[in-house]
Design a protein around this ligand. Structure first.
Ligand code: NOJ
Length: 556
């Protein structure tokens, strides 16, 4: 056996599941999900095949940004439990073979954080410089991130007698990372959660965290913010050789590469592939796989240890900001034509199944694709059963409705009176009556069973997380045919973006002699003749084929 290979870099073949504790499972019947509730559902997640949970913020928070406004980085919000409950979740998850990563939201604090309270109270406070202050806001300012609520990144504070910077809501004053004590506090936060057993962090808003341009003298104090990210990574590596930084960096490819630390790979361990996600929707809208294909091929090579996180949907708006205006209009027209489905002129507040009108063929094709793309798949809770959104809630909260466990009241999420729920459940055809875990668990043809199958095959074949990616040339623009190669084994994945059946001729990536081709889902042997492979696909069909040496004894 080879020591220190694929199993060491666990994130390269993980199955990550993102959930918001507040809306996952309510263990004490007060209408708010909690850590006790989550603990009781860890077996469900293990059964699904998840290997890593990503917990959205569960820290004390006034909840102006659904927990992304934190008033104590070292605690648990009382409504959700306490540190003891958190440790129990970690322990049970570990026992079931799952790691846990948590959100690291240190671009800003809540304005109710004791640091900010002290900072605004006096210019002489040692905490004043924890934040970014100016007597006058700068003349040139970027477009606010939340343009529906904010017109500027700078807010005048009466008590302080100055303006403070806030890239997000005004209740989220930005921290000043050029201050050494701030960097020290961030290290303390990282060290604390690692010591409690987490396997890393989903790092919020990384480019904003490193952006020191609003800070007077920022460049002088911290000439290279990336040096800070490298420092944070090496600190984490020292504390735990196994922990990762999974960064939110919605920037172009060149800049994403910088956040990986280029070929050194010494900054973020992983990044979400925002570019491919956006192009996926363009491809779906057009029935043309090429925009996605191009996006995948444009990934920077980087270090072999880094990894891309593939996702179809997350907890925020489905951002389409990297598409051109015309492309965005196409996606809006296809998947969110009504104003209430859109937000900030750049995104959609819907989940995938309603956008695809519940077409099971198309939904399955998308998840087959996600699990076959090079990288690590990230599911947002409820995707595995095909939950929809609640547009009546409005904005980004539309997709953060309670998990649908069964067809009972409140979808089995809570025994509290419905009016007390943290967020209203999804109504209608995608609500708990029609879409829930209990029903799908017993149905071998359900989406849940399908996703479980995808996860099983993904986990059984290290080609998905580790293989070298390539595209097989063929003329049909509705079809994406790609390969993942690892040593002697090659996965050939073929996906049809059109509603009509297709047949494509694919050049075999290796000479066919002494090779065996198997259909991954059916285990059927596929005969090979010559160096061209003919693949037939149903409308929105998908195939995963595995090419191995004839004498390969692997159990896939
Ligand atoms: C990105 C998070 O995903 C989003 O939900 C949040 O509002 C902002 N960062 C601010 O923390």
């Amino acid at each position: 056996m080879k020591v220190s290979d694929t199993s060491d870099l666990w994130w390269k073949s993980a199955v990550i599941y993102c959930l918001d504790v507040e809306v996952f499972m309510d263990g004490d019947g007060d209408g708010i999900g909690d850590l006790g509730g989550l603990a009781s559902r860890l077996d469900y997640l293990a059964e699904l095949g998840v290997t890593c949970l990503w917990l959205m913020p569960f820290y004390p928070s006034p909840d102006r940004d659904d927990g992304y406004d934190i008033s104590d980085f070292l605690g648990v919000d009382r409504r959700l439990g306490d540190l003891g409950d958190f440790v129990e979740v970690i322990r049970i998850a570990e026992d079931r073979g799952m790691r846990v990563i948590v959100d690291l939201v240190v671009n800003h604090t809540s304005d109710k954080h004791p640091w900010f309270k002290a900072a605004r109270a006096s210019r002489n406070s040692p905490f004043r410089d924890f934040y970014v202050w100016r007597d006058e806001p700068p003349e040139r300012q970027p477009e606010p991130v939340f343009p529906d609520q904010e017109t500027s990144d700078w807010q005048y504070d009466e008590k302080a007698g100055q303006y403070y910077q806030h890239v997000f809501y005004r209740q989220q004053p930005d921290l000043n990372i050029t201050n050494e004590r701030v960097r020290d506090e961030i290290a303390k936060v990282v060290g604390f959660w690692v010591q409690l057993g987490v396997s890393g962090f989903r790092v919020d808003a990384v480019p904003f965290l490193l952006d020191t341009t609003g800070i007077v003298d920022g460049k002088k104090l911290l000439p290279d913010p990336h040096a800070y990210l490298r420092h944070l990574r090496s600190f984490l590596d020292r504390r735990s050789g196994q922990a990762i930084l999974l960064g939110e960096v919605n920037l172009d490819r060149k800049q994403q590469n910088t956040f990986f630390g280029g070929s050194e790979g010494n900054e973020l361990t992983m990044q979400f592939d925002f570019i491919s996600m956006q192009k996926l929707y363009l491809s779906l809208a057009r029935g043309d796989a090429r925009p996605l294909e191009k996006a995948l091929l444009s990934r920077p090579k980087g270090s072999p240890d880094i990894q891309w996180a593939n996702f179809v949907r997350n907890h925020d708006e489905l951002t389409l900001d990297k598409l051109t205006e015309k492309e965005r209009a196409e996606v809006f027209a296809a998947f969110g034509p009504e104003k209430r489905m859109q937000v900030y002129d750049r995104g959609l507040v819907r989940r995938l199944p309603p956008m695809l009108q519940g077409d099971p063929r198309r939904i399955r094709m998308v998840y087959s694709l996600m699990f076959s793309l090079p990288g690590t798949p990230v599911l947002f809770y409820g995707e595995e059963i095909g939950m929809g959104e609640n547009l009546d809630v409005g904005g980004r909260m539309s997709v953060r409705t309670p998990m649908q466990w069964n067809a009972d009241r409140n979808g089995g999420f809570s025994t509290a009176p419905t009016a007390k729920l943290r967020n209203a459940v999804t109504p209608g055809g995608f609500g708990p009556e029609h879409v829930n875990v209990a029903q799908q668990r017993r149905d071998p043809d359900s989406l849940l069973a399908f996703v479980r199958t995808l996860i099983r095959h993904y986990r059984n074949g290290s080609e998905f997380g580790w293989g070298a990616f390539d595209v097989l040339e063929q003329p049909d623009k509705a079809v994406l045919a790609h390969t993942l190669t690892m040593g002697d084994r090659v996965i050939i994945a073929v996906h049809n973006f059109a509603s009509e059946p297709r047949e494509v001729q694919l050049p075999l990536p290796v000479a066919h002699e002494d090779r065996r081709l198997t259909d991954v889902f059916t285990d059927a042997h596929v005969p090979l003749e010559g160096n061209t492979l003919t693949v037939s696909l149903d409308g929105y069909g998908y195939r995963w084929l595995r090419l191995t040496a004839r004498d390969d004894t692997g159990l896939y």
